[in-house]
Design a protein around this ligand. Structure first.
Ligand code: GCU
Length: 616
């Protein structure tokens, strides 16, 4: 009886107050660049709503009438009370974080309502979606006063179908974005990066045919350089269609029949020029159904871990990496554009990198596509960062969704070689169960890429001999071990690295996924003076000498390419709310340590066989 009453209550609620919150997003539409799209980027109206006055009344009950900001209501008489007005409120540029657009919003955490309007005449038989590249952290989306749905997670794309809601003439799109930090969110309460809020990536209308190619996978079979495999997924009523996949330059052409679910798998032999950092070969791939056709630029390579070896296209590879946050170069705020991606990844190439760790959350699709073009292998990570609500099933579901969305968006990018399920998470049974679930998720969605995480280690001292051991139990589940260490900055002195011996409990490749120290550009002094460029330079010299002595090391990614904003870094003059571990300033000025790393990477390129063997 009680269950029935609960059902009635929920049913009654939805009848009285519209669709339940959290209505489902539409399945992700792959590769917008190949579609018929209209950009909604530009100046949107915005209402800063720190007390959620646009969502709840003074007793915290949900507003479901014209007082709710999503109604975008105008007074119908001179006596009517309406306490909000988008069209006379300020504006924010979309895409873009709000923090860097107004001094008053630099530290703002809470709700902001966005509004834009657009005309659209949808041809009969066509379908229309609204696509968001990302909104940090939670977005509630309304069209013409009706909720389309909600999305949680600040770094992955989402779509809503609006075929049935869009009207000829004027349409009003209202988006509530909330970036409050909460213990059950992912990331949770603390992070060492700026909590940039807002609609941080492009918003696009996507028009499709009634049945369209929603997604597809075209990649090499795991470990087989001569066999292409993948699938095509149609979305719409005409499930069963002939679909062809054509790679003209490689002489590949195959035809499939989609099943009652609109899905078809394929596997076909192919002779291809393999993608690599030295030769980032991309092919034009054409996918044609009876009712839709898309083209994409896709590279083909294999990536494997065998014992402690990392093999790209079957050959040992050493990752000459660097970490990046999605922090805009040359200006304030979050990076999001193709220009931002080209600038940041161009800096990584100048440094001598063949690998980038995109910390600590999925970066924009632009970053993955530019990495494909420039020849940079990529580590992509979900923001399971530091302390997370490990025992909360909703939290796990949330990050599984973020992982699924990242994989759905990026699974055709040759540059993407590693999925990471976390960073510096404190070891506990609940945490290891949580990470193991994510590892299984990632593997079930994509078994062609390697799974890793940035772990921590244990340091023990005997006399002046230091042993650093990697023994995190989740290492058993990973293909590649990532480890963060700050010898010379947070622990020990830079020269102590000379006495360190590394031990790993796992016969797996190690990538040193973080090391480094802060330096204020232009601040000079002795090597033992904190914050000087000389201190950072000396630290890198001792670190590199130590790294060369690790026989199972197969890659490094120093922390970090460029200084970035962080709410945790408050030291006046030296930090001023910036983490200064960058080898570059935001203006691209090179600190002395930059040249130490650049020389190390040049040495590796000059004699790869020695470094691969872990020789000094
Ligand atoms: C940690 C963390 C980074 C952080 C860095 C630092 O390892 O992973 O996100 O910015 O160290 O302390 O600078």
């Amino acid at each position: 009886m009680r269950k029935y009453m609960r059902f009635l209550a929920a049913f009654g609620f939805s009848i009285l107050f519209g669709p339940p919150a959290g209505a489902q997003v539409a399945p992700l539409i792959a590769n917008l660049s190949a579609r018929h799209t209209v950009s909604l980027n530009g100046a949107w109206r915005a209402i800063v709503d720190p007390y959620d006055a646009g969502s709840i009344d003074y007793h915290a009950h949900p507003l479901r009438n014209n007082s709710a900001f999503y109604a975008d209501h105008k007074p119908e008489s001179k006596s009517e009370l309406v306490e909000y007005d988008f069209d006379n409120s300020g504006q924010l540029t979309v895409p873009g974080d709000w923090n860097s657009q107004r001094e008053s919003l630099l530290f703002y955490e809470g709700s902001i309502w966005y509004k834009t309007a657009f005309d659209y005449s949808l041809t009969t038989g066509k379908r229309l979606f609204v696509h968001f590249g990302a909104a940090n952290y939670k977005a509630s989306v309304y069209l013409n006063g009706t909720m389309l749905g909600e999305h949680e997670g600040g770094f992955t794309p989402f779509d809503f179908e609006i075929t049935g809601q869009v009207r000829a003439g004027n349409n009003v799109l209202v988006v509530l974005v909330n970036n409050s930090r909460k213990a059950d969110r992912v990331p949770a309460l603390s992070s060492d990066w700026w909590n940039y809020g807002g609609i941080t990536r492009p918003v696009t209308l996507v028009e499709t045919s009634g049945t369209f190619i929603q997604d597809y996978l075209v990649q090499l079979s795991k470990g087989d350089q001569q066999q292409l495999r993948g699938w095509v997924k149609l979305n719409g009523p005409q499930h069963r269609q002939k679909v062809s996949i054509h790679i003209p330059e490689a002489g590949v052409a195959t035809t499939l029949e989609t099943d009652a679910n609109g899905k078809a798998d394929f596997s076909v032999p192919a002779t291809l020029t393999l993608w690599s950092p030295e030769q980032p070969k991309l092919y034009d791939v054409e996918i044609s159904a009876e009712t839709d056709r898309v083209t994409d630029q896709i590279g083909f390579r294999t990536i494997e871990a065998r014992g402690t070896e990392l093999l790209l296209n079957g050959k040992p590879v050493f990752l000459r990496g660097i970490n990046l946050h999605e922090e805009a170069p040359l200006r304030e705020g979050r990076a999001w554009s193709n220009d931002d991606a080209r600038k940041l990844l161009g800096w990584a190439k100048d440094l001598g990198c063949n690998f980038v760790r995109l910390a600590h959350y999925p970066h924009s699709e632009e970053m993955l596509r530019v990495a494909d073009q420039l020849g940079l292998m990529v580590w992509e990570e979900v923001p399971v960062y530091w302390a997370i609500d490990w025992e909360n099933p909703e939290t796990l579901k949330n990050v599984e969704n973020q992982l699924n969305e990242a994989i759905a968006r990026d699974h055709n990018r040759a540059a993407l070689i590693i999925y990471s399920v976390g960073n510096e998470t404190p070891v506990s049974e609940a945490r290891t169960r949580f990470l193991r679930a994510l590892v299984q998720d990632a593997r079930s969605l994509d078994n062609t890429r390697l799974i890793s995480a940035a772990l921590q280690n244990h340091e023990t001292k005997a006399g002046n001999h230091i042993t650093v051991r990697i023994d995190d139990p989740v290492g058993n589940d990973l293909d590649v071990i990532g480890d963060n260490e700050y010898i010379g900055w947070y622990v020990d002195k830079p020269a102590d690295a000379d006495a360190v011996e590394w031990v790993s409990d796992f016969n797996k490749p190690l990538i040193m996924t973080e090391f480094g120290g802060d330096a204020l550009f232009g601040y000079h002094g002795e090597t033992d003076t904190r914050w000087t460029e000389e201190y950072q330079e000396d630290l890198y010299q001792h670190q590199i000498a130590m790294l060369k002595r690790i026989p199972f090391l197969r890659g490094v990614a120093p922390w970090v390419l460029m200084d970035f904003r962080s709410p945790r870094r408050t030291l006046p003059k030296f930090q001023d709310y910036f983490n200064r571990k960058g080898l570059l300033t935001k203006d691209g000025q090179k600190k002395k340590a930059y040249f130490v790393l650049q020389e190390f990477y040049r040495d590796i390129q000059a004699k790869p066989e020695k470094t691969l063997a872990g020789q000094p």
